[in-house]
Design a protein around this ligand. Structure first.
Ligand SMILES: Nc1nc2c(ncn2[C@@H]2O[C@H](COP(=O)(O)OP(=O)(O)OP(=O)(O)O)[C@@H](O)[C@H]2O)c(=O)[nH]1
Ligand SMILES: [Mg+2]
Length: 425
């Protein structure tokens, strides 16, 4: 018997393929390919070839033109490419044709993103969500699939639902989708209950959202004095994190960090991550964290707004936070501030502007207090309940009992004035 060896982990060699179709100009296509390179490296691959073809629209059967496919096949074999990544979603037929012509593994942008998510998911909820998205992506691709679905070996496109599952029939996959959806629904209900409880406890929530790599987790760590993983790789954070923050004057709020967004985020993924993203729709305030130093900032911001729209978070008050301002020149920063005077400008890395951000959060959440004087009848059960509530959510400065009446002077957060029944004095 041959001695069993542990395979040495080797980076997969990847070729990237993009199209400049229609009005998509070269610069945009280049940037999109840069982003694809970031995704490929997040999936554990090393980019050895980039191909951009100019074509009015994709070829229906092979995406690229026939000649270009030939050239691609030759380059791939010369450069020992393991996987070719297309910057768009491919139809099942295109996938098969290209694979036959090029002779190595072909994945599209959607599959690449799903793959990264599959690698990064840590919690049960995260794993369920990714698996659901992968199965939904696979389902329409099962019909008549040949080699594309019975790949051997590992690497991009083979993580997640395993070989045996892929070879089963559509019905079993449907059953599985159904079962996972139910599990996720349970998680979702549980999340809803937790949110409800937080809501009852009157602790306001601030949700950090933004494009992947914008610096959400870095800011989260600064705000909550935590140590969550932040890195230059894409999609580092998948599972939502919620932490309590106590401001110096003992006001409390919750900050949540969540999965980053990206241009053309696969729809199946957004749908599967609905439970996670609903946290955002339910927050009291959304901070849109923006990488101010990104050259394609506007495109990224638009992609984020699109996802917010899709998860129904457009009603939540939102503050735009331009992060990484340390990486801007003074001139760039001045211009940006002129354009967007209402936004905030910070550096989560150096801490610059963070105090002002905290103050803005506090005032937007109406955490600032008003001093009120309230009178209660201690014999009424309802009033005793109100007194207890006041003690829980406000700072009582005076408590007097006179002639069988209770008089309380308290500092009440402005957002709770209505609920605690106080009028500002
Ligand atoms: N120069 C500079 N770099 C920053 C700043 N904030 C974050 N970064 C860097 O940007 C990279 C991404 O930061 P993260 O906090 O992981 O970004 P994220 O938005 O949580 O990213 P994902 O979770 O992957 O979507 C890291 O290398 C950070 O060190 C900043 O203010 N200035
Ligand atoms: Mg993060």
């Amino acid at each position: 018997m041959p001695q069993q060896r542990t395979p040495i982990a080797r980076l997969e060699r990847a070729a990237l393929v993009g199209l400049m179709a229609g009005r998509v100009r070269r610069l945009e296509a280049e940037r999109s390919l840069d982003e694809l390179a970031g995704l490929a490296s997040a999936a554990g691959a090393e980019v050895v070839l980039r191909v951009l073809q100019e074509r009015p629209k994709p070829d229906p059967s092979t995406y690229l033109g026939a000649g270009k496919i030939q050239t691609l096949a030759a380059s791939c074999s010369e450069l020992r490419v393991d996987v070719v990544v297309f910057d768009n979603e491919l139809t099942p037929a295109q996938l098969r044709q290209i694979e036959a012509a090029v002779g190595c593994k072909i994945v599209d942008r959607t599959q690449l993103i799903l793959d990264i998510f599959a690698r990064r998911a840590r919690t049960r909820e995260g794993k369920l969500q990714v698996e659901l998205a992968q199965l939904k992506y696979l389902l329409p691709r099962l019909v008549g699939a040949g080699t594309a679905l019975s790949r051997l070996g590992g690497g991009i496109g083979t993580r997640g639902p395993g070989e045996t599952k892929l070879e089963t029939d559509r019905r079993r996959i449907r059953t599985k989708i159904h079962a996972i959806s139910e599990d996720i629904e349970q998680v979702r209900r549980r999340r809803g209950q937790l949110r409800e409880r937080r809501h009852k406890a009157s602790v306001p929530t601030v949700a950090l959202v933004g494009y992947t790599n914008a610096g959400k987790t870095t800011l989260f760590n600064v705000l909550t004095r935590s140590n969550a993983e932040a890195s230059n790789a894409l999609f580092v954070t998948l599972d939502p994190l919620v932490r309590q923050v106590r401001l110096p004057d003992s006001r409390e709020l919750l900050v949540s960090d969540t999965v980053g967004f990206i241009d053309r985020l696969p729809h199946a993924l957004v749908a599967a991550f609905r439970a996670t993203l609903e946290e955002t729709a339910d927050a009291d305030l959304v901070l849109h964290v923006i990488d101010a130093s990104a050259s394609d900032r506007d495109r990224r911001m638009a992609a984020v707004r699109e996802v917010l729209d899709e998860v129904g978070a457009t009603e939540v008050p939102l503050v735009e936070v331009y992060n990484k301002c340390d990486a801007l020149t003074g001139e760039e920063r001045r211009r940006l501030q002129e354009q967007e005077p209402d936004a905030l400008y910070i550096s989560a890395l150096t801490g610059q502007g963070v105090d002002e951000l905290v103050e803005t959060i506090a005032s937007r959440l109406e955490l600032d207090v008003r001093r009120v004087t309230l009178a209660f009848d201690p014999d009424a059960a309802e009033d005793r309940e109100r007194i207890a509530r006041l003690y829980r959510h406000a700072r009582v400065v005076e408590h007097e009992v006179r002639d069988g009446r209770v008089s309380i002077v308290a500092d009440v957060p402005r957002r709770l004035l209505d609920r605690l029944g106080g009028q500002p004095r």
